[in-house]
Design a protein around this ligand. Sequence first.
Ligand code: B3K
Ligand code: ZN
Length: 858
Amino acid sequence: MQSPAPLPPLKKLADYQPPDWLVPEIALDFDLDPVRTLVRATLKIERNGAHRRPLCLDGEELEMLEMKIDGVSQPLPNSAADGLELAIGPDAATVETLVAIRPAANSRLMGLYASGGNLCTQCEAEGFRRITFFPDRPDVLSRYHVRMEADAQRFPVLLANGNPGAAGSLPDGRHFAEWDDPFPKPSYLFALVAGNLAALRDAFTTRSGRHVALAIWVAAADVPRCAHAMESLKASMAWDEEVYGREYDLDQFNIVAVHDFNFGAMENKGLNIFNAKYVLADPDTATDWDFDAIAGIVAHEYFHNWSGNRVTCRDWFQLSLKEGFTVFRDQQFSASRGSPAVKRIEAVRQLRAAQFPEDAGPLAHPVRPDSYMEISNFYTATVYDKGAELIRMMARLLGPEKFRRATDRYFDANDGRAATVEDFLAAMQSEGLDSARFKHWYEQPGTPQVEVSASHDARAKTVRLSLRQSNPKAAEGAPPLPIPFNFAAFARDGRKLSETRDLLLTAPETDLLLEGLDEPPILSLNRGFAAPIVARPAPARAELMLLAAHEDDEFARYEAIQQLMLSALVESVHDGKLCGAEDVAQALSALLDGWEADPAFVAETLLIPSEPLVGDQMQSVDPAAIHAAREALRGAILDALGPRLWEIWRATGTDGADLSARAKGLRRLKGITLSLLLARDGAEAAAAALAQYAQADCMTDRMSALTALSHSMRPERDTALAAFRERYAALPEVFDKWFLAQAASTRADTLGQVQALAADRDFDPRNPNRLRALVLGFAGNQPRFHDAGGQGYAFLGRQVLDADRINPQSAARLIQPLTRWRRFAAPWGVQMQETLQRVADTPGISRDLTEVVTTGLK
Ligand code: B3K
Ligand code: ZN
C-alpha cells in the first residue's frame, strides 16, 4: 500500500517572530496582459534588529526572469517555486525582481486574475506572493508606488490603491497610469484593477473638510444599479465620523464590482473590490435582503479603513481583531438604519445557524486560533460573528462613553501599526475592563452553557438560584469566562416580578437569592442575548406560552415563541407524531394580532425554526424524521390559522420601490405567510403564489413567490421558474437565485434536478457564486442532501474534487457540511464519514481541502 503523503505543517501562534527584514518602500511596475503579465518590483529593504539571517521572500507560481541586488544582476535560482532566500550583506539594500504571471489561467482567484475580460486582484490573506516576491505577512508595512501599462482599448481604466498620479498614452495603442499610496500598508491590502469600466460618481466632504471623490466601477450597463451602494457608502462615511470619530484619509475612494470573487468583498486601501452581488441593486433585481446585505457589506469594507487598514493585524491569528470588530461596527450601523431588535434577531439567528454548529463540531477553534494549516480556512463564523459578539460584550460592559474613549485610544495608539488582540484589550482595560479575564473568551473554543437551577422556599418566600457555567470544548481546568447574563422572573399570572440588568457571571457557579416570592417564578433567561451562550434549561411549554404573551423585551418574546416551536418539533421527532401544535397555533395567533404594528418583528418571529436548528437540539440527527415533523407542524399551523394568513397575505401589498423599514417588513411578512399558505401544497395557494410572482413589482415579492413555489409539485412551479430564467438569465448575480431556489427545494426529486443543473449550459463551476448557489444550496437542504441512499453525499464529493482542481478555497468551503457526520444517526453519519474519507484519500488534493477533511475526520 502507498503511504499517505505527509500533512502540510501547522503554523502556530506561539512561534511568532518579528520580521527579519522590513520593506519601507516598494515600487511595482506592471505590464498588464491577461495571458502574460510582467511585474517588476523594486523593494527597499532594511534589516530589522541585529542578526545575520537571510531575506526570505514568499513567491507562488511566479516565473522568475531577472533579479538584481543594489543594481547588480544575480544568477537566477534553480527553483523559486515557493519563494527566495537571499543573503544580504549591508543593513539596507534595494532588491529588484522581474517575474511573469498568467492572470487568465489563474482559476484560484487569488493574486492577479481575469474576470469578465477585466483584470483584478485579491491578496488577502496570502495572494500577493502570486504577484511578486515579497515578505507576504501583515506585519511588513510598505509605502506603495504603482505604475501600470496596458492596451488602452481593452483596459481604458487603470486603478490602484491611494491617490492617482501621472497618466498618459504610449505608442502602439497602450497607455499607463501611476498611483501612490501615502499610507504604509501590508501586502494583503494591495490592489489593482484594469478594465473596460464605467463609474457612478459622487463626492463626500469629511468633517475636517477633505473633499473625497467617490466612484463605483462596473460594466456600463450596470451603472444605474449602483445608486444604493453609493448611498450606503456615503452613509457609512458619515456614520463612522459621528459614532467613532473616524474620517476618511485619501482623495479618492473607489469600489469595483467583479463577477468572479471568492467571497463578499475586500477592503483594499482606497480601492475596495466587491463581488458584484454585493453592489448591484434595484428593486427589479435585488430583494430587500440583498439591499440590506449591500449596505452592510459596503459599510463593513469602508469601516475596515480604520479597523483593519490604519490599524492592521500583526499576524493572521489576530484576524478577529479586524474582522470581529468590523462586523460589530457594521451591525451597529445596520441597527441604526432599521429596527435594532429585528437586526439583533437576524444576527443571533445567523450565529446559531453557522457559528454554534461550527463551535460544536470538529472545526471548532478559538476566536483567536492557536494554529492553522491554511489561513483561508479561518475566515469563519467564529472569527467573524463570535468575534463580533465579544466586542459587543465589551461595549456593553463599558457602556457607550467609555467604549468610545477606549476605541479612540485603540485607534490612536495603534495607528500605522500591526496590532494584536492584546493591544485592543489594553485600550479596553484603560477604561476599566478586566481584560485579563476577558481574554479567555479569545482563547477557548466552544459555546459556553449556563445552567440555571432554582429552589423555592415557600416559608421564606425566596428562590435560590444557582447559575453554573460550563463549556464542553474548553480544556481541562480552563478558567471561567466573564459572562454578561440577564434574566427576568415572571409570576404565573404574567406579572413581571423582577429583572436583572447588569449581571456578570465570573465564577464557575454564582448563587443568587430572589425574595418576596410566594411561588416559584417563571424565568426568562439570557434576555437580549447579552452573551453568545446557551442558557438551560429551556422553559416548559406552558411557561413559554406565558412568556410569549407577557415578555416586554422584544428579543425575549421572539425567543419564547421560537423555543415553543422548537420544543414542539423536538418532541414530535421523539414521539413520531405531531406534538404541541395547539400551543404553537395559539401563540402564533396572538402574535399575528400585532402584525400591523410591527410587521418585521412578526415576520421574524413567525418563521418556523429551520430543520438544521431542530437537529442541533437532538442527540443524533434523523433528517427524515425532522422533515416530517416540521412539515406536519406547518400543515397544522395552516389548518389553524389559514384564514388569518390569507388575510395578512392580501393586506401586505407595498410599492416595490419603497425601501422603508416598514415596507420591507410588510414584504417579509407577505413572503412568510405565503410559504405557510403553501404548506399543504394546495391548488389555491399555488395559484396565489404564481399570481404574486406575475404581478410583483419588485424582486422581493417575485422571489418569495418563487421560493414558496420551488417546493411545490404543481405546474405553477415550472411556469415561475421558466419565467425567471427568461427574464434574468443574462444577469449572473440575479440568475444565481434560480439555481439556489431549485437546489433548496424540498421536493423528493431535487437531487436529480440538481444533478441536471450541474450539467446545465449556464452552470459554471469556475464561478464561485454559481457553484455556491447550486452545491452549497443543495448541501444546506437537510432533507434532500441527506438522501437515505447517500447519493447526495456522493454528488457533493464529486463536486468538491472537481472544484479543488480549479479553486481550493471553494472546495474547502463546499466540503464543510460533511464534517458534521458525528451528529447524524445511521445510516447518514457513516455515509458522510465515508465520503469525507474518500476525499481525504484522493491523491493530490490541496492544502485547503486537506486541512478541512483531516480535521473533519477527527
Ligand atoms: N477581509 C476580507 C476577507 C478576505 C478573505 C480572504 N480569504 C473581506 C472582509 O472581511 O471584509
Ligand atoms: Zn472584514
